[in-house]
Ligand binder design. Structure first.
Ligand SMILES: NC(=O)C1=CN([C@@H]2O[C@H](COP(=O)(O)OP(=O)(O)OC[C@H]3O[C@@H](n4cnc5c(N)ncnc54)[C@H](OP(=O)(O)O)[C@@H]3O)[C@@H](O)[C@H]2O)C=CC1
Length: 289
């Protein structure tokens, strides 16, 4: 899925496809992406090399996928022996790490997970051509091929699109500011979990259900609603249709209307605007009540 156009997927293993993959940094997100890539079967990958850091995670990856994953001590060795490099370190470290590495400008493709590091800085510090540098955002659920990755700004990189499709799906953004706005979707967990907990607490006050029973009830109702919404979710009017199919005059229709009348949607907009401004480095993300 792209902002405006679709790309054609190249067959795996086509000439020039970077099927030797290296990870600089092997923390939470590198572990998840490496697991997602190692367990997908659509794209043939020759090898995956991960940084020894963090040792517990890199060791586990090598033990789990002994035919595919090796552990390297040095970042430069990861570059020297691989073509597609995922940079999975904290944003404040990207510049220093990249400046100390020597990329092959004809061979390497760099994908950075450091969300707040700008593309221009990645290009400057890696000395790679801008067409070889992109940013990706995903959640740890990529390990199970769940969720959807965000990717920008590919100068048409069908291989990366195919790889990310194979690990759960990808939305391709054609501008860095579009990527920043789309990142809003990666922070739905906090509000949803908070609403579930609030619903659970309300339920235990109004019923004889235990906290465990109320938790299960609330979470499973959310799961049912979300799975229903997932069906045909690539259709442009799916959300309008879901809202419209609530029984006229029924309690779901009324609950939504009440939410709107009490300013729930304005609150949601304010929250999204504030988070976007934090993502863009324009504020600390707080809202003024
Ligand atoms: N966690 C998530 O869900 C997501 C994270 N991201 C982004 O991905 C990046 C990594 O996040 P996350 O995986 O959570 O962070 P972690 O802290 O789990 O991982 C960071 C990794 O970087 C390693 N590291 C530190 N310094 C170096 C170095 N000089 N050379 C090589 N490796 C080094 C650390 O090793 P050691 O432990 O040995 O210090 C660790 O393995 C961040 O920029 C984050 O914003 C993006 C999307 C989602």
């Amino acid at each position: 899925m792209t902002e405006s156009s679709s790309t054609t997927a190249l067959a795996a293993g086509s000439d020039g496809n970077p099927t030797k993959i290296g990870f600089i940094g092997c923390g939470t997100i590198a572990f998840a992406i490496a697991t997602g890539i190692a367990t997908q079967s659509k794209i043939k990958i020759e090898s995956i090399a991960v940084s020894k850091r963090s040792e517990q995670k890199s060791k586990l990856l090598a033990e789990t996928f002994p035919d595919l994953v090796t552990v390297q001590e040095e970042n430069q060795k990861i570059l020297d022996e691989n073509d597609l490099i995922f940079l999975c370190v904290l944003p404040q470290l990207t510049s220093e790490i990249l400046k100390n590495l020597k990329f092959d400008t004809k061979r390497h493709t760099l994908v950075s997970l450091a969300s707040t590091t700008k593309l221009d800085d990645l290009v400057r510090d890696s000395k790679l051509d801008a067409t070889r540098v992109s940013k990706m955002i995903c959640l740890p659920s990529i390990a199970r091929h769940q969720g959807i990755s965000l990717h920008c700004c590919p100068t048409k990189n069908p291989f990366l699109t195919s790889l990310f499709e194979a690990t759960g799906g990808v939305t391709t953004l054609e501008s860095e500011s579009g990527l920043e706005a789309a990142m809003m979707t990666t922070c739905v967990m906090g509000p949803i979990y908070g609403m579930m907990k609030h619903g659970r607490d309300w339920l235990t006050q109004h019923t004889n259900l235990s906290a465990a029973e109320a938790s299960e009830l609330v979470v499973k109702q959310y799961v049912g609603a979300v799975l229903e919404a997932e069906r045909d979710c690539d259709q442009p009017n799916r959300l309008e249709d879901l809202v419209a199919e609530q029984t006229p005059g029924g309690i779901n229709e009324q609950a939504l209307r009440n939410m709107e009348q009490l300013g729930g949607m304005e609150t949601q907009t304010k929250v999204m605007d504030a988070i976007l401004s934090r993502i863009r480095g324009e504020s600390d993300g707080s809202v003024v009540p």
